[in-house]
Design a protein around this ligand. Structure first.
Ligand SMILES: [Zn+2]
Ligand SMILES: [Zn+2]
Ligand SMILES: [Zn+2]
Length: 351
């Protein structure tokens, strides 16, 4: 993620801000140039103070405080580049649903920030009715004493259970499933990994190369998941996989690796924006010295990303521990897991 500043008063801003707290300018995100812009009203429209300074409307979801992205005034779409992928949203006339949906949209917009920065192909359901990328946000019937809606992916359609926006419910699931990390953003990154496996591996003739690293995806998926839920991961999983869940099936391994690739690239970008670097005084020479001297979204290879990520994530974990918080990145990357990340890197940059 980039760091943004107000074009009117230079206040530093978060991606989610919709008003500048210092000068009061309305703010909107212009996805085409990946910039949060201060705005001046212009009749029914808004004029961006950033170059090239076009005329915009807000995405229709801004009315529910679920989106701060802009749509070009000349566009026939009422929704932004992120929200036009929504297929269903919950009944937001119920306050609890609205609050949950707003949290889900924050995560989804961060996901789309990354996917757009990587210039990945993602047609909507209008552009590709059979396989376009679409999202359903479903009220979890667990709250109605029925079987819970599972977060998941089915041929371009991603379902996110609304219950995952409830911190207590999500944390309960995280503990029950022995996961070190469970977030809405993590769900979005993981589930789009399944979507892009279809697009970039299956549809682009990368099956053999993918199977050589991740294993044969033709093994029965439902049975593999059942075996994982019954028996857990093999004892030595950390030597080959990014997470225990990645051991359940090659598709899950790919989706987990995909999510980690986005975790690493996006976190390194904000680290770079703050000029973060590490140079621990107790180490000899340049051991654990790192900075981000390149745009992580245009990294020349997986090597430079990993060289920056390992020392920086160690530092970030240490900062969190100093605050009594869980590790920011509670994972250990083994050489085979790094090779799989390298495959994702090549796949993304071949597009
Ligand atoms: Zn300002
Ligand atoms: Zn929107
Ligand atoms: Zn999955």
């Amino acid at each position: 993620m980039k760091l943004f500043k107000c074009q009117s008063c230079h206040q530093v801003l978060y991606f989610e801000n919709s008003v500048c707290v210092k000068c009061g300018h309305r703010l909107g995100y212009v996805p085409e140039i990946a910039t949060l812009s201060a705005l001046e009203p212009d009749g029914d429209l808004w004029r961006a103070l950033t170059a090239p300074g076009g005329a915009y409307r807000f995405c229709a979801n801004a009315a529910q405080k679920a989106c701060n992205w802009l749509v070009e005034a000349s566009s026939p779409d009422s929704f932004c580049l992120s929200c036009r992928h929504n297929r269903t949203i919950p009944d937001v006339t119920l306050p609890a649903n609205l609050e949950a949906w707003q949290k889900i949209e924050i995560a989804k917009h961060r996901l789309f920030y990354s996917l757009l920065r990587l210039r990945l192909p993602m047609p909507t359901r209008v552009e590709d009715p059979a396989e376009g990328l679409a999202f359903d946000r479903i009220l979890d019937p667990a709250q109605l004493d029925a079987a819970p809606v599972m977060t998941g992916h089915d041929n371009g359609l991603i379902t996110i259970s609304l219950a995952e926006a409830d911190d207590a419910a999500r944390e309960q699931r995280r503990v029950a499933m022995h996961e070190p990390y469970r977030t809405l953003l993590g769900h979005f990154r993981h589930e789009t990994g399944h979507y892009f496996w279809d697009r970039l591996v299956r549809d682009r003739d990368q099956l053999d190369a993918c199977r050589a690293l991740f294993g044969d995806d033709r093994q029965d998926y439902a049975q593999a998941l059942q075996t994982y839920y019954n028996n857990g991961a093999p004892a030595d999983w950390q030597s080959r996989f990014v997470s225990a869940y990645a051991t359940s099936h090659p598709w899950e391994d790919f989706a987990e690796t995909w999510a980690h690739y986005l975790h690493i690239v996006d976190t390194l970008e904000i680290a770079r924006a703050f000029g973060l670097s590490t140079h621990p005084t107790l180490t000899r020479g340049d051991e654990l010295a790192a900075g981000v001297e390149f745009d992580p979204y245009r990294a020349p290879g997986m090597g430079p990303l990993i060289d920056a990520w390992l020392p920086l994530s160690l530092a970030l974990n240490s900062l969190n521990r100093a605050m009594g918080l869980p590790d920011l990145y509670p994972f250990v990357l083994s050489p085979p897991a790094i090779d799989k990340l390298g495959f994702v890197h090549e796949l993304v940059h071949a597009v």
